[in-house]
Design a protein around this ligand. Sequence first.
Ligand SMILES: [Fe+2]
Ligand SMILES: [Fe+2]
Length: 193
Amino acid sequence: MTFATLSERVRAHLGQSHRYAHTVRVARCADVLAQRHRLDGRAARTAGMLHDVARLYSAERLIAECEARAMSIDAFERAHPIVLHARLGAAIARESFGIRDAAVLSAIEKHTLGAAAMQPLDCVLYLADGLEPKRNFAEREALWELAQRDLAAATAALLRATVAWMTDKGMEVAPQTLAAIHGLSREVWVSAS
Ligand SMILES: [Fe+2]
Ligand SMILES: [Fe+2]
């Protein structure tokens, strides 16, 4: 499938121009970061294009579709079903969009909560989603700068900023997110020059 066909199908699947516009921005940012760090730009664009395919599903639909696929649902996901759009999105990317690249599916799966073990493409998508140009928060620009130099450090910093924001709002933080911060703070990757 060409990228243009994939984009068209995602647009139809989402059925909402606002979410599609975000999706396109994320795909572009993911491509930029991937190229900067000498990763697979096409894989990054594909992950960006598909990351939110299940984002507009209702809580009931998210749970029902995960259960229909015999996917596990943990206590945090039960309490906050919206986060299931990441793991369900990866399943839909595989089933309905024919994606077989494990790195792309992993990135989609981890784009909302993060995970204890995050690979470079996981970080690229997490950063692209959180730092696309329409995101509006004080640290955005500095984090985007950092992302050009060090994917692991930027991802850890964005995760920490997210946790701080959620804690401030009295929101529960997922164990996966805390595990992601812990995991990444031990990573040392060679940054692009
Ligand atoms: Fe998402
Ligand atoms: Fe998103």
